[in-house]
Design a protein around this ligand. Structure first.
Ligand code: TXA
Ligand code: MG
Length: 321
């Protein structure tokens, strides 16, 4: 992969609140990047309308240049100003799921969002985050923020400010500490296709809930390994993800006993939960764990998002107990 150059910063951590918001907005307005809390995971934010700020995001994360960013806006009104096709279905979904962990991929009909954000695709992914600290910062800036998860590319997403610090110390000027993220897994990403929604990345907004509004297709990318090549419907799927240093083994098991028998001798997560999964993977790394066994949940309801992250963390290495 191409290497990027980054400036050397003294990385400050400030608590979420008025002072933090003012300082974050000052830096973001000057074209800098700042890590901010959201309800899903911490994001590395920059002015979504400024190609130079976008370049800094890619550089700080070491993110592959073909993996587009999510634009975070203050509300639907702000989304309407971005030159995107806001379909009637998008309006219905936004009314009930925003502010919250649902990202919608919309067609570009103008050039407001620079090509650097969407990596030249004809679409842009947008969401209105539910976390008050994130919304305050977006509003204080007066422009939308592009923000991928604030981890070094490939590592588990950060759910605490200290995770961001561990990954991006020296590469960014400021981290706003909003405590532990409420959801712990990244937002649900859907592509809008007329009156249909296609799930590209499962999250806290489940397929079952979306089906109350429209036809829902779960794209094969949710289950399938595209890291070896092939044209993935969501560019992110083509890259290694959520991988700690330890080797992760995903285990399908009919009982806790069967799981324990397989996991014997290694570190284990017998009952994975969205909120703590990524933090546990990071803790095991700190302890120098070589192998981590994780019991796979059923791939439906809230379990689908966990299932999707665990098989990726395991590099699609799934063992039957
Ligand atoms: O919860 C979240 O979504 C967090 C917080 C910070 O908001 N952000 C996040 O961003 O997870 P990131 O960059 O780590 O993941 C964005 C995902 C990637 O899989 C990317 O490929 C996909 O969204 N994506 C972005 N723009 C897209 C587009 N135009 N079409 C299809 N997929 C897109
Ligand atoms: Mg990410």
């Amino acid at each position: 992969m191409k290497m990027y150059e980054t400036r050397n910063y003294d990385t400050l951590i400030k608590p979420a609140g008025i002072d933090g918001t003012v300082e974050a907005a000052r830096l973001l307005k000057s074209g800098e990047v700042v890590a901010i809390p959201t309800e899903t995971v911490y994001g590395l934010a920059g002015n979504a309308l400024d190609p130079k700020a976008i370049a800094k995001i890619f550089a700080a994360k070491g993110r592959p240049r073909d993996n587009p960013l999510i634009v975070h806006a203050a509300d639907m009104e702000a989304v309407r100003g971005l030159g995107l096709e806001v379909s009637p279905l998008a309006v219905r979904l936004a009314a009930d799921f925003w502010a919250g962990p649902l990202t919608m991929v919309m067609k570009k009909v103008g050039d407001t969002v620079p090509g650097e954000v969407s990596c030249g695709l004809g679409t842009v992914a947008v969401r209105v985050p539910g976390c008050p600290a994130a919304l305050d910062i977006i509003k204080a800036c007066g422009f939308p923020l592009a923000a991928p998860s604030a981890n070094v590319s490939g590592a588990p997403s950060p759910t605490k400010a200290e995770h961001v610090y561990a990954d991006l110390k020296g590469r960014i000027p400021l981290i706003i500490d909003g405590g532990e993220c409420e959801v712990g897994l990244e937002s649900t990403v859907i592509a809008l296709e007329g009156d249909k929604a296609r799930i590209l990345r499962p999250g806290a907004v489940t397929a079952e809930r979306l089906r109350e509004y429209c036809e829902v297709v779960i794209d094969e990318v949710v289950y399938k390994d595209f890291t070896g090549g092939g044209s993935a419907p969501s560019p992110g799927a083509a890259h290694r993800h959520y991988s700690p240093k330890a080797r992760v083994i995903a285990v399908t098991a009919d009982s806790d006993e069967a799981f324990k028998a397989v996991a014997a001798g290694g570190c284990a997560i017998a009952d994975p939960e969205a909120r703590t999964l990524f933090a546990k993977l990071r803790e095991f790394d700190e302890q120098g764990a070589k192998r981590v066994y994780i019991k796979l949940p059923e791939p439906n309801g809230a379990g689908l998002a966990l299932y999707n992250r665990i098989i990726r963390a395991a590099g699609f290495n799934v063992v039957k107990a």
